[in-house]
Every structure is written in structure tokens, then in C-alpha cells.
Design a binder for this molecule. Structure first.
Ligand SMILES: [Zn+2]
Length: 303
């Protein structure tokens, strides 16, 4: 009788010991899988769920202290990251090139210079439309002088993108520069006077001559000027690799170095440069990859 009681209680002991042991094993396994044994659990999320060619994506690496190092690479392109203290996460934006092959791809994440993680994303084919335009011959076949001019302007812009600011400057959700309908979407494959040309690098928004154009977020003006194709142009650096562009303006209201807030008027709608009539061409680059500006707006719900 006495023996039986002892056995019963040691049985309970054994059961609770085994339970604790199992919990411990589970905890260790979970921690091991995240690569942060002994530290807080981490998770890596990439938004949105459905990613198309030409989309901007948002990456969030949560549950790691700001003393940890993190680096993210996609397509050999290093992604600018910022540590967000309120959510204890690293955040960044990944641009998917419009010519990136559809299918499963890896985003490489390196934590504390030792833990390599491949996070899979599935890129879906974007059904870019075809557009035929007729323009004056002088705007299509460039003279030597205009070609020289364009190449010089291209160099300025290329350097500007390569030197975009890595720190975060934007401080709210992104807005559209004009809340109007789209006349030409992003990525449209263009034929001008029947000749194939570069695909559309941004979106065209319907607008009237001299309508005000707003900055899509807080940022720093990194370029203003008149370029052969884009006419009167403004480039704004919002940090974390995000640069926005506003083309064909009739008037520019800011100058290089100015700080602008979300909604500040940076210029007026026009038809300067290679344009068929008043409209706003709005472009966005993310870590030097041109993306559909609307895909950046679509990320607002994730931060
Ligand atoms: Zn355009």
C-alpha cells in the first residue's frame, strides 16, 4: 500500500519532468531554427503575398535586438535597412525588376555576419500592355547634339540613383502626387512611330495644365532641372533607397537640397520634354530598381 503511494507520486514526478524536458527541447529547437539561441525569437516577413514583376516589396525582420547586424540582398543588390525601435525590427524595401524572371527566388538574409537565411519569394508574371505612339520625328530619332545631351543627363540620373540615401527619411505612409486616374500604367511596352522603345518607367496620371503636384512623403530634393525626355523634372530622396520622380512639369517649385514634407507642392503639371500633352509622369525607384509606384502605395498597410 505504502509502496504503491510512492510509486504513484514518483510517476507524477516523472510525468512533469518529461513534460518540462519536452518543452525545453521544443524551445531549443525553435530557437535553433531562428538562429537566435539564447536571444529573442526572430521572424522574417516579406510583403505582399502576391508579388508581380515590377513590384516594390517590404521586408520586416522582427524580434532581434538593435545590437544585431542584419543585411539583405536580392539579385546581387544590397537592400538598405533601418532598425525600427517600436517594433524591434529591421525594415527595408526590395525592388523586383520588371524583367526579373518569374518563379521562385531567394532573398538572402545575413544575421550577425554568421547566420545565412534564404527566404523564398514567388514572383508572378506581370501582363505588361503594349502601346503605340506617334511623335514628331525629332523626338524619336535623336540628332547627335540631342543624343549627347541625353547621355549627359542619363549619367547625372544614374549617379543620383546609385547614391540614394540609405537612412530612413520618410515618416508616414505614401500618397499619390495627384489623386487622379492613370492614363498609362507602369511597364507598358512602347512602340514610337512603330519602332520598339524602352518600356514605360513609371505611371502617367491624368491632369490639367498647372495642376499642383505633391511630394509623396517627406524627403530631400536631390535634383531639379530640364532633361531632354523628361522635361522639367524633380527627384526626391525619401531614404531607405526610395527615390520618387515627377516629369514634364510646367514649373518647378523647389530647389536641390530643399527638405519637403508629405503633400508639399513641388511643381505644376505641364507637357515639357517628350510628352504628347499635359499629364504627370510619376516614377519610383527602390534600391535603384524601377518599380510600379502604385506597388509602393500598396505597401502602406504593412508599416
Ligand atoms: Zn510617362
Amino acid at each position: 500500500m505504502k509502496n504503491n503511494q510512492v510509486n504513484k507520486s514518483s510517476g507524477r514526478l516523472n510525468r512533469s519532468f518529461i513534460k518540462s524536458l519536452l518543452l525545453c527541447v521544443c524551445f531549443l529547437l525553435f530557437n535553433y531554427s531562428t538562429g537566435f539561441a539564447g536571444k529573442k525569437l526572430s521572424s522574417i516577413e516579406i510583403f505582399p503575398d502576391k508579388i508581380l514583376q515590377g513590384d516594390a516589396c517590404y521586408i520586416k525582420i522582427s524580434g532581434i535586438p538593435n545590437t544585431s547586424d542584419a543585411s539583405v540582398t536580392f539579385d546581387n543588390n544590397k537592400i538598405a535597412l533601418d532598425y525600427d525601435n517600436s517594433s524591434k525590427s529591421y525594415i527595408g524595401f526590395i525592388g523586383i525588376g520588371q524583367n526579373t524572371e518569374p518563379g521562385e527566388r531567394n532573398v538572402q538574409i545575413l544575421l550577425d555576419n554568421k547566420k545565412n537565411i534564404n527566404k523564398k519569394i514567388n514572383i508572378q508574371k506581370n501582363d505588361f500592355k503594349i502601346q503605340h505612339l506617334t511623335l514628331p520625328k525629332s523626338k524619336i530619332d535623336l540628332s547627335d547634339k540631342n543624343l549627347k545631351r541625353h547621355n549627359k543627363e542619363k549619367k547625372i540620373v544614374t549617379e543620383l540613383f546609385a547614391n540614394s540615401k540609405k537612412i530612413k527619411i520618410y515618416n508616414s505612409k505614401f500618397i499619390k502626387p495627384i489623386d487622379n486616374k492613370i492614363s498609362t500604367p507602369f511597364g507598358v511596352k512602347r512602340f514610337m512611330n512603330k519602332k520598339p522603345k524602352n518600356s514605360h518607367s513609371g505611371i502617367d496620371l491624368k491632369a490639367k495644365m498647372n495642376d499642383p503636384v505633391k511630394s509623396i512623403n517627406k524627403g530631400v530634393i536631390v535634383f531639379t532641372g530640364n532633361h531632354f525626355f523628361s522635361g522639367n523634372s524633380v527627384y526626391i530622396d525619401h531614404g531607405l533607397g526610395i527615390v520618387s520622380m515627377y516629369f514634364h512639369l510646367s514649373e518647378i517649385k523647389v530647389k536641390k537640397g530643399d527638405e519637403v514634407n508629405i503633400g508639399d507642392v513641388i511643381g505644376l503639371v505641364g507637357s515639357t520634354g517628350r510628352s504628347t500633352g499635359p499629364h504627370l509622369h510619376w516614377g519610383v525607384r527602390v534600391n535603384n530598381i524601377r518599380v510600379d509606384p502604385l506597388s509602393l502605395i500598396n505597401l502602406n498597410k504593412y508599416f
